[in-house]
Ligand binder design. Sequence first.
Ligand SMILES: Nc1nc2c(ncn2[C@@H]2O[C@H](COP(=O)(O)OP(=O)(O)OP(=O)(O)O)[C@@H](O)[C@H]2O)c(=O)[nH]1
Length: 716
Amino acid sequence: MEPERSEDAQPPVAQLSATGALRELLDHLPAGVVIHRADGVVATANRTAERLLGRTVDGVTGLPAAVAEWGLLGPDGAPLAEQDYPVWSVLRLGTEVSGAVIGIVRPGEERPRWMLCNAYPVLGAAGAVQEVVVSFTDCTALKLAEEHLRKSEERLRLVLLGSTDATWDLDLVTGIVYYSDRWWEMVGLPPDGAGMANDTWRHLMHPDDMPVIDRFMASLLAGRERTYAIEFRLRHQDGHYVPVLSRGFVLRGDDGRALRLSGTNTDLTERKESERRIYELAYFDQLTGLPNRRHLLEQLQRIASHTSRTQAVGALLFIDLDHFKGVNDTLGHSAGDLLLRQVAERLRHAVRETDHLARLGGDEFVVALEGLGRTATEAAVEAGKVARKILGVLARPHPLGQLGAGRACTVTPSIGVALFGHEHGSVDAALRQADIAMYHAKTAGRDTMRFFDPAMQAAIDQRSAMEADLRESLKRHRFPLHCQPQFGADGRVVGGEVLLRWQHPQRGLVGPAEFIGLAETTGLIVGIGMQALHDACICLERWSHIAGLADLVLAVNVSACQLLQPDFPDRVLAVLAETGAPPSRLSLELTESAFARDVDDVIAKMTHLRSHGVLFSLDDFGTGYSSLSYLKQFPLSALKVDRSFVSDVAHVANAGAIAELIVSLGKTLGLKVIAEGVETERQFAFLREHDCDAYQGFLFSPPVPISEFEQRYQQA
Ligand SMILES: Nc1nc2c(ncn2[C@@H]2O[C@H](COP(=O)(O)OP(=O)(O)OP(=O)(O)O)[C@@H](O)[C@H]2O)c(=O)[nH]1
């Protein structure tokens, strides 16, 4: 049905617009213009309105303002109520409407076009609205873009709401950072991060990560990348660090300069925890918590590459429990499990933290020991010690509580040892060899250790036998004293140095070079040294009544190991008291190694003994690492020029100078200087020329049994 048209006379603007030039202008305007009369009826419209409304000017002229045929829609797409038509708003309120977004469904179309509308009233002389001019432009594209943006923002908001990632945005120009609520939540702070500084992220960064991040940022910003990903840790309010994966993009200007960084932080706590758990399952034995076979094999690869670069020799110990099956069979699998855990614990304590202990499976364990020594023998000795220690710690009964039916269980191991490194083959080979050696230990009766290399085994066996012999000999007092005399420049005897011999039941008299080293590493030197001291003091007491011997000073060697004993001074004083030896005739001879440990302790002990009259001399001077500056702190009485300088004085240029220097140094410190190892007249002449106080060496006498020494030098 055609809408009713009004034929009333034209109002002023409509009239004006009908005039030629103005009409022309109106028709060329890019906006649609419709002029309504005061009753809302359309007086006229321009050509653009024709196009935008999809109607001819004639078709709209005379139409009332409020007819459904206009098909106007509100911004939300719902039909617009008549009173909200711009023209009616103006007519009703008398004020203009601007920026209204209104949809128009054009005749024959389904989708609305969107118009940005303005409308204003034209007032008559009496102030009444005479006309309403409505202008509008097509903003469909803008409206659709806005709609699109709104939807996409909505989508993004929903995605972020559902995501656990934390967004942030850093404006590199202003330095302002936007942190999302989730960002604050991730570090345990209130969602709005109220009161927090702009660069909070820097303050929360783990100190170890900061330099890495700084380097990363510098290179990222200077480069051309548009995206990045990096991990770091941020401190949570409760003190722990949250592992974070930060991913994002760099917004760059046309010149490539970075303007903005935006991204998300993903909390990696759970992922890290799962990774750790996976690593644990893959590399650790679940029963004992020890590294498993795979872990060990990887460690061995690493050790292999390291060993190939060094000269050091290492060892593998293959440990298999003896008759472990019996434990399972008699006490049950749970008791077996508990026992394995206890064995693992003891092994863990028996080895150093730097050693590699693993459970291969079942009742098999392996210990890899790196860098045991520069030679195979050194390494074998050390490996043997560790193996013996393990035999010792596992030998103690294992309390299995209720699982052991109230009884402790004893389980012994069989240990196979193989060396690796330097000229000793690969780590892989060592593992096979240690396994074979372990079987040898089983066939040798179990509860023992075996080396893969028979020669090595022989050396270790010999060493063990010698240690047992030394122990036995100590009990049986088989270290007779020998003594090498010392002479003054005038040829008169002034004293002697006690030198130990070992009266071996089978081998006869054994020199110190063959057994002192072992005595030191086994600690037997403490007992042997004390025995020698005791014997020497008995001599001194006897000599004190014999002319020719009463004034002699007897030097007794004391090893660093002895000096370290806390009760060393007391024991020396007890021996002096017991034997009645004059302390001022006893000189304890130390080597420089005695000064390598706790210097204050050594000085205190020496000073204590010195206050009782006991003398001290420093052996092998010049060969060690004595600092001249602290030499004077020790209460020494004499200095011995090492035999290496003495032997060279006559024919090696510097040796003479060094010997001379040592003599004069000793003199400066107020010490008596004794030269040892004097073998030729030339050496003697040189040293005498430089004012040495006493001389000891083959030129005068070799060491002789103490009884012979007494006979020689006592005066009838
Ligand atoms: N309880 C327990 N037993 C295990 C586990 N893994 C392996 N075993 C058992 O450990 C025993 C290992 O025995 P073997 O080393 O072959 O033999 P053995 O009885 O120790 O005797 P020898 O080694 O010849 O002295 C087997 O009976 C296995 O079933 C475990 O995780 N828990």
